[in-house]
Design a protein around this ligand. Structure first.
Ligand code: SAH
Ligand code: SF4
Ligand code: F3S
Length: 477
């Protein structure tokens, strides 16, 4: 259906992309003259989730187009960019650690080094203020909504030598069609939506990533088609809650419909997605998954807690029973599926009984693996203001118990395919043993086997000879 509003937005975005390309050119020319043809190098440190990883690929794309080359060492680069995460306190601490180190390098060794800080943490005014006073050598600061402006901001900094700060509170703009580099030539993340509307009471993401905005289905399909023509075999569809994809579009589309269309794109052999919220997981999605071999047999379904009382306080909109039903349905439709999850320990008011409910779900579902987190208080979220925050000496033993359970079960679960011959998408030469290559099964488990560089990017049949807990050793079948 033709829609004026969508058409106008598209034109505005094309115009902005052209404006940015112009800045990339101007920056390139300026840098070439300044360095007399000597290439400048960049180093990007990315924290946080797949969304940030994808943003960093876009930022790297802009830098490469402007004439920068990727450097291997943070302290030797001409431009260092930190793409920050603020989901838990330790993510913030990591960035401060990096800034403390790079301060010495910039002041003592390379005063011409450009230091850029961007991403989720920069959407918080207090953090920006702190960086400005404590780390005044930072040259450019921007947030999550305007990463496409990197060349413009760099150009402005080069012209004025001033600190450039450009953080947007929110946006309804989606500017695509700018250069991006891929870490792997054969696989790529594809944003299908931005932001989040769920406001889980512990979570900062909706505040730093803004309201949920889905991309048009046609644009997503076009991008994947182009990726396929460029040699990509595996795509990972990205969003904070992919199951609610398309609900806010002028012409609503479901995630299941999008997924079905992606399976029709020739050349794409593996499709993954991240992340699903249990409250929006539809039967239609499970059917589409089960009906296509291209959709990987892996489902990441964050549980957060197994206690109904805590789930309610977390604003998650499902119960323990509903969660268990979903995992049963998934296993029934795809018996070979691997299930993984995220769990938070020590949410305000969590009692021993609540925690035992979480342990119970872990024992019943038997996840292949789980990311376990100690609850981290995020200023500005409703949970931070809740009474009865759980003290550290109570949380830590619970966390250790959970981790042990998760690891014991994970070891048993991920060894279940020993002896089988399964397809592996080879990703790289093994870091430790150069006579081996490493790749993934469709259920996301790593496999290492004897092989050479030529296999990278190919899907090969491998006999799984030995399980090492979280990975397999194998041999080419
Ligand atoms: N959108 C995804 C997750 C985004 S954040 C989802 O809904 O599942 C990734 C994980 O970080 C979350 O699943 C949660 O387990 C964890 N997390 C988020 N906020 C946290 C906090 N304040 N403390 C501890 N863990 C947190
Ligand atoms: Fe955070 Fe919840 Fe949104 Fe995930 S769904 S990003 S946990 S608010
Ligand atoms: Fe972190 Fe931002 Fe992702 S806060 S988890 S990088 S959306």
């Amino acid at each position: 259906m033709f829609c004026w509003k969508e058409k106008m937005a598209e034109l505005k975005n094309i115009e902005e992309a052209a404006r940015q390309r112009n800045y990339i050119e101007k920056l390139k020319k300026y840098l070439e003259e300044k360095t007399q043809g000597q290439p400048r190098t960049y180093y990007i440190e990315t924290l946080g989730c797949q969304m940030n990883a994808k943003d960093s690929e876009k930022l790297a794309g802009i830098l490469k187009e402007a004439g920068y080359r990727e450097g291997q060492k943070e302290e030797e680069a001409d431009l260092v960019l930190y793409n920050t995460c603020t989901v838990r306190e330790n993510a913030n601490q990591k960035i401060y650690g990096h800034l403390g180190q790079i301060k010495k390098t910039k002041l003592q060794r390379n005063q011409d080094m450009t230091v850029v800080v961007c991403g989720c943490m920069m959407q918080e005014p207090d953090e920006v203020a702190y960086i400005r006073t404590t780390y005044p050598f930072v040259d450019i600061i921007f947030g999550t909504h305007n990463i496409f402006k990197l060349a413009e901001l760099l150009y402005r900094h080069e012209m004025t030598k001033d600190t450039v700060i450009d953080v947007w509170e929110g946006t309804d703009e989606i500017v695509e069609d700018l250069p991006a580099v891929r870490k792997y030539p054969f696989k790529s993340g594809v944003n299908i939506m931005y932001g989040c509307n769920n406001f889980c009471s512990y979570c900062i993401v909706p505040y730093v990533r803004g309201r949920e905005r889905s991309r048009l289905k046609e644009d997503i399909l076009k991008e994947i088609q182009a990726l396929s023509e460029d040699g990509v075999k595996e795509v990972m569809l990205l969003g904070q809650n992919v199951n609610s994809y398309g609900k806010t579009l002028e012409t609503p589309v479901s995630f299941a419909e999008l997924l079905r269309d992606v399976t029709k794109i020739e050349g794409i052999e593996r499709i993954r997605f991240m992340t699903s919220h249990p409250k929006d997981l539809s039967d239609e999605l499970i059917e589409v998954m089960a009906s296509s071999e291209k959709i990987c047999r892996h489902f990441h379904l964050p549980l957060q807690s197994g206690s109904d009382r805590i789930l309610k306080l977390m604003n998650r909109h499902y119960t323990k029973e509903h969660y268990l039903e979903l995992t049963e349905k998934l296993r029934k439709a795809m018996p070979d599926i691997s299930l993984t999850t995220d769990i938070i320990v020590g949410f305000p008011q969590e009692t021993e009984e609540d925690f035992e409910d979480t342990m119970d779900v872990v024992r019943q579902v038997r996840f292949d693996s789980a990311f376990t987190f100690i609850y981290s208080k995020r200023t500005g979220t409703p949970a931070a203001r809740m009474p009865d925050q759980v003290p550290e000496d109570v949380v830590k033993p619970r966390f250790d118990r959970l981790l042990k359970e998760v690891q014991d079960i994970g070891k048993e679960m991920s060894g279940r395919d020993v002896g089988k011959v399964l397809p592996v998408l080879v990703e790289e030469v093994n870091q430790q043993d150069k006579t081996m290559v490493s790749g993934r099964l469709t259920n996301n488990t790593m496999v290492h086997f004897k092989g050479t560089e030529e296999l990278i990017g190919r899907i090969v049949d491998v006999r799984l000879t030995d399980s090492k807990g979280f990975y397999y050793l194998g041999e080419k079948a």
